[in-house]
Design a protein around this ligand. Structure first.
Ligand code: NAD
Ligand code: MG
Length: 299
């Protein structure tokens, strides 16, 4: 299919792949470059218009999927970026850095494991030093493990899901708050799973509800500092999370087709929401959850 700029008017039903996906399994957290087909993160289509000029952004989970789409968009909107990911995802992180550096953007790579409290602190310190400040936190990293029977959900799995999806938000924000100026924006990544939880995602869906409560409470707590906090809640999006243990294999051939738009989303379709919430255009938007779901609305 011919790729038009993401912001050119076209039919959303046919804008991206309508077919389902071949079954495929990778080890967590997966490498997007090895996926069939490769998710569209806007590499060839996202066009920036200076909406984040001079901004300094840290993006967790920025190597692939939704985080990569946010990273590409932030950089093309004029921000310098630092990107966190796991060491096993070096291939995706390097291809991102290569793409953006060739366009003259500043990109710093900070690999490390967010389930480790000390690493979260280190990551913030390093991002702040490398970028010469910090004013956007896009906390997008997440873990999803599909289990159809609660008997199979081990304490280790629950702990990991909550450490990565929820605890790391506390650790990261605690370390970053003294550094963030008025006007800064924090964006978390929740999910439609917080509103319409699937039977195979007990711990994940619970963690995504926790993210929404965290986001709203934090927004109220730090509004007095002039810092906004919002969440993006995606629906079914084609990313490595879906093929590295996050989804049942049998669901891949029809993945996303039960939405009113009858297809899964591509990561680039989330980019605009992240840019809006990060930018000054959202100056009166805080404690909000922004759904990008293909029509299966939140609530
Ligand atoms: P993805 O696999 O591309 O991104 C998830 C990222 O999380 C990985 O790239 C990895 O870098 C990071 N990560 C996981 N465990 C980590 C750890 N221990 N330490 C550091 N980083 C770690 O998949 P995605 O779907 O783009 O996921 C991004 C966010 O979107 C996640 O929070 C996910 O829960 C959320 N989300 C995804 C969907 C979907 O359908 N894909 C739907 C709703 C919400
Ligand atoms: Mg990845």
């Amino acid at each position: 299919m011919e790729k038009k700029a993401y912001n050119v008017m076209q039919n959303p039903l046919t804008q991206y792949r309508q077919d389902g996906y071949p079954k495929q399994l990778q080890e967590y957290p997966g490498v997007q470059d090895d996926m069939d087909p490769t998710p569209d993160c806007g590499e060839e289509t996202y066009v920036g218009t200076g909406r984040l000029k001079g901004r300094k952004a840290l993006i967790t989970g920025g190597d692939s999927g939704i985080g990569r789409a946010a990273a590409i968009a932030f950089a093309r909107e004029g921000a310098d970026i630092a990107v966190n990911y796991m060491e096993s995802e070096q291939k995706d992180a390097e291809s991102l850095a290569e793409l953006l550096k060739a366009e003259g953007k500043k990109v710093y790579l900070i690999p490390g494991d967010l389930s480790d409290e000390e690493f979260n602190k280190k990551m913030i310190k390093e991002a702040n030093e490398k970028l010469g400040g910090l004013d956007i936190l896009a906390l997008i990293a997440g873990k999803q493990v599909s289990q159809t029977d609660i008997e199979e959900v081990t304490t280790e799995q629950i702990t990991n899901t909550f450490k990565i999806n929820v605890f790391s938000l506390f650790w990261t924000v605690k370390a970053a708050l003294p550094l963030l100026p008025p006007g800064a924006s924090i964006i978390t990544c929740s999910s439609i799973q917080a509103y319409q939880p699937s039977p195979n995602l007990l711990d994940y869906a619970a963690s995504k509800s926790a993210i929404i409560a965290f986001t709203r409470a934090l927004a109220k707590q730090i509004a007095s500092k002039g810092i906004r906090v919002n969440s993006v809640a995606p629906g079914p999006i084609w990313t490595p999370l879906q093929i590295s243990g996050g989804q049942e294999q049998e669901k891949l051939p029809k993945f996303g087709q039960n939405t009113p738009l009858k297809r899964s989303g591509q990561p680039v379709e989330l980019a605009g929401a992240f840019v809006f919430l990060a930018s000054q255009e959202a100056s009166y938007v805080t404690a909000e959850v922004y759904g990008v779901t293909g029509g299966n609305h939140l609530g």
